[in-house]
Design a protein around this ligand. Structure first.
Ligand code: MN3
Length: 207
């Protein structure tokens, strides 16, 4: 067994100009695939063959194996990111809408906070909406760092702010990418599902 590149949950041209098919061709087909290939090369050498992806990420983190951690965490982060996007505009509803109103005041205020967090994050990383304790929280993590190794952060959705996520469509304009994705393409239904605290399992896979 080995880790696989998960299929996108939509057609690569489904987002039109917001995220082009060319972006998916490179971001999913080349960047994400490279993390899968590298992890499949490194995990057996670390004695982790047959472990699940989340087990490999946590073991690499504990051992300080940066190469394996970075590559395996990026498999998980990207698998979670594809599910955090949807080509059909959604709005939060039910419990998620209630929690957003309680913790941020409004969806607009939450989106603004995510945009500021993502745009303000220095260099490569990820903007996250997480459940911390009983509160929704916006945060960001550097490089390949991932909620998989932060037990207190239950992931609800994420936006990739590595340059490779937006350079084809937006060049250096990270705020424009964030404005488009946050307002038109967030999969709020996925975030609502992850309120059960089991978000890590939704991008996990068996090795
Ligand atoms: Mn990426």
């Amino acid at each position: 067994m080995a880790f696989v590149l998960p299929d996108l949950p939509y057609a690569p041209d489904a987002f039109g100009a917001t995220l082009s098919a060319e972006t998916f061709e490179y971001h999913h087909g080349k960047h994400h695939k490279a993390y899968v290939d590298k992890t499949n090369e490194l995990a057996p050498k670390a004695g982790l063959e047959g472990k699940s992806l989340s087990e490999v990420i946590r073991a690499a983190h504990e051992k300080g194996d940066k190469g394996l951690f970075n590559n395996s965490a990026q498999i998980w982060n990207h698998s979670f990111y594809w599910q955090s996007l949807t080509p059909k505009a959604q709005q939060p509803s039910g419990e998620l809408a209630d929690r957003i109103a309680a913790d941020f005041g409004s969806v607009e205020a939450l989106v603004k906070k995510l945009a500021e967090e993502g745009a303000g994050h220095f260099a490569s990383g990820w903007a996250w909406l997480v459940l911390e304790g009983d509160k929704l929280k916006v945060t960001s993590l550097h490089d390949a760092d991932t909620p998989v190794v932060h037990a207190g952060l239950k992931p609800l959705l994420t936006v990739d702010v590595w340059e490779h996520a937006y350079y084809i469509d937006y060049r250096n304009a990270r705020p424009k990418y964030l404005e488009a994705v946050l307002n038109q393409a967030l999969a709020w239904d996925f975030a609502a599902t992850n309120l059960d605290g089991k978000g890590v399992s939704r991008a996990d896979q068996q090795g």
